[in-house]
Design a protein around this ligand. Structure first.
Ligand code: SF4
Length: 214
């Protein structure tokens, strides 16, 4: 059984695949926060800005079988000229609480490349085409390699130095957005300064917020 909060067609906003047309599948639930405000202060991840509770979002629902969810997601990919490879991004919440090999195989059968955005605390199943790890606070990483690491900056207990020797192809630093406005601007300039001083890291912006799409 898969629980999906919402699913929609958009452009990937962040990281190395920014700008790419994508079907997003947001799974319900996370292992680093309950999703309830009363638990936020004591959670392992305290700055989440995503609603991942329930199945009541756009195209959300419960799906018994991998094939059923794969068909549901495939229907969201527009029937263009068939030139572009369809692309699905599994996110959450924490997608690796639910994503399994059967669903990856089912998406591949539908012709999709499969991307995952995880907090890195759970080992992924095989077959993922683009693995993005976004570490949160002091949480211990189980996944120490992949296509990109996308670190929200600054974070207490998650300084970039902790991750700089891990086995990723791309290292992205993204200014923390979930803060009062004055602080947000500070985060942007601190992130730019860090990338200038540490060229291993590239700036990642949330282009969906800049361009005004979800
Ligand atoms: S790990 Fe991701 S989904 Fe979970 S609480 Fe943190 S930001 Fe939200």
């Amino acid at each position: 059984m898969y629980s999906v909060k919402e699913a929609f067609y958009t452009l990937q906003g962040e990281g190395g695949q920014a700008g790419r047309a994508s079907v997003f599948c947001r799974f319900t639930g996370c292992n680093l926060w309950s999703g309830r405000e009363r638990d936020r202060a004591t959670a392992a991840c305290t700055f989440c800005d995503t609603d991942f509770l329930g199945t009541d979002g756009q195209n959300g629902g419960r799906f018994d079988k991998a094939e059923a969810l794969a068909a549901h997601l495939t229907a969201l990919w527009p029937d263009h000229d068939g030139v572009a490879t369809p692309y699905v991004v599994f996110t959450g919440g924490e997608p690796l609480l639910q994503l399994d090999e059967a669903l990856i195989v089912a998406m591949h059968r539908q012709g999709f490349e499969v991307a995952v955005e995880t907090n890195g605390t759970i080992m992924p199943p095989p077959g993922i085409d683009w693995l993005c790890v976004s570490p949160k606070g002091a949480s211990e990483l189980a996944v120490t390699g992949g296509d990109e690491i996308k670190l929200v900056y600054p974070q207490q207990d998650a300084a970039p130095e902790r991750f700089q020797r891990l086995d990723f192809r791309h290292f992205f630093l993204q200014p923390m957005d979930s803060a009062p406005l004055g602080k947000r601007e500070n985060h942007m300039s601190a992130t730019v300064a860090y990338c200038l001083a540490h060229p291993q890291w590239r700036l990642s912006l949330q282009t969906h917020k800049i361009a005004g799409f979800d």
